[in-house]
Design a protein around this ligand. Structure first.
Ligand code: AMP
Length: 389
């Protein structure tokens, strides 16, 4: 189900898909799936995409962003009466196999009544069936960067007919180190095209990438967060940087913490923290973009079934983590962007259960902590009685 992350963007009056000028063959499947109303990102993006504008979209998975680009692209391709000989008209790049498959499923559903061919390609599996699908004449290609480059190199894919280009979860692409692949793919796309760029955050490196890609884009945004759940009990521990790992062990040994998600700023930091915890006898795993898909899935499964007590994650890698009854979130480092703090602690205190969020703040992080309290507009309890104060 679609998840309403922000209510700032909620429109007061109800809107319908008809009002977005979507064609009948698209409305049928939406109705069948029980979509009553376009989500905020759909309301904000679809009209502009249909007008041919580039989009810079700040939205996470769960907001309905896939339909926000898939529906107008299908509508425009239908108007152009594309066929098997038209070539690849739309390219959707996604960072992971799961996301690519999910996007493909969406196209499958929405394109039910249209004569538009789509397929998905990703690495880690034999290329045979993917190559066969491509041979049938594809109009919409959903791909992860590595396999795309691979099949382009082998001459199975030409991108010179692309008119619509979607870069989905751009921040995760960068986190997973796909920037070089993206830079190799971009020159193969025609100069004249419509580009839709989605990212969950608008960090400076994301903005830079977007600036190079987008022409006079419309910005749409559905992720602002400014309030933390009242159900999360927050506290801050002031501690010097080099004492944080000892403090973490102390906190984990001396508190009734059954299950915790620990956030670090960097991938390297996540590895280091997990390694030291294991050394001290606390079962922990790190997940981040550098880990293989299988390693991430394994760590997550272990955390979910509670064989792993502590999961250490970077912000981006943590995004797909949906864990019930997560009691504790520990900010091993204070995020530079205050909204990230709210996202992090929002992992606990869900669905009416109480959560605890602890933050370790070093001297140089005090300004970040100040922006957090400013955003939350409330004081956070300081824990003074710890051996590393
Ligand atoms: P996404 O953010 O694209 O991954 O979409 C999240 C989920 O919301 C998917 O399961 C979609 O099928 C669903 N969804 C997308 N748009 C709507 C809508 N307008 N109404 C209800 N559900 C939707």
């Amino acid at each position: 189900m679609y998840l309403q992350i922000s209510n700032n963007n909620e429109q007061k009056h109800r809107m319908t898909f008809e009002q977005l000028n979507l064609i009948q063959p698209l409305l049928g499947p939406l109705d069948k799936m029980g979509y009553v109303e376009p989500t905020p990102i759909q309301q904000q993006s679809i009209p502009h995409i249909l007008e041919g504008r580039d989009i810079f979209g700040c939205a996470q998975t769960g907001t309905g962003k896939t339909a926000a680009f898939a529906l107008p692209i299908l509508q425009m391709l239908d108007a152009k009466r594309v066929g098997p000989k038209s070539g690849i008209k739309a390219l959707i790049l996604a960072p992971t196999r799961e996301l690519a498959l999910q996007i493909n499923e969406n196209f499958e559903l929405y394109a039910e009544n249209l004569n538009i061919k789509h397929c998905v390609i990703f690495g880690g599996v034999n290329q045979h069936s993917q190559v066969n699908a491509l041979r049938n004449g594809i109009n919409v290609l959903i791909a992860t960067p590595g396999r795309l480059l691979d099949l382009m190199g082998q001459g199975f894919i030409k991108l010179n007919q692309v008119e619509y280009f979607v870069l989905d979860e751009a921040d995760r692409m960068l986190d997973m180190g796909f920037i070089h692949d993206i830079k190799r793919i971009l020159p193969k796309l025609p100069e004249k095209k419509q580009t839709i760029f989605f990212s969950a955050t608008a960090a400076p490196d994301i903005k830079k990438l977007a600036d190079g890609l987008l022409k006079n884009p419309v910005s749409v945004n559905v992720t602002p967060v400014s309030s933390a759940s009242e159900l999360v009990e927050q506290s801050v521990y002031y501690v010097e940087k080099d004492k944080k790992r000892s403090l973490l062990q102390y906190v984990l040994k001396n508190n009734d913490i059954e299950h915790a998600l620990v956030f670090t700023r960097t991938k390297h930091g996540a590895d280091k923290v997990a390694k030291e915890l294991n050394k001290s006898g606390i079962r922990a795993e790190a997940i981040h973009g550098n880990k293989s898909q299988n390693a991430r899935e394994r760590a997550l499964a272990g955390f979910k079934d509670r064989t792993i007590r502590i999961l250490v994650a970077t912000d981006i890698a943590s995004r797909g983590i949906d864990v019930d009854r997560l009691s504790h979130v520990i900010n091993f480092e204070i995020p530079e962007v205050a909204e990230t703090y709210v996202h992090r602690i929002g992992r606990t205190g869900r669905a009416g259960s109480l959560g605890v969020a602890m933050s370790f703040c070093a001297t140089e992080e005090i300004p970040y902590m100040k922006s957090v309290t400013k955003l939350l507009n409330k004081k956070i309890n300081v824990v003074e009685s710890h051996p590393f104060a």
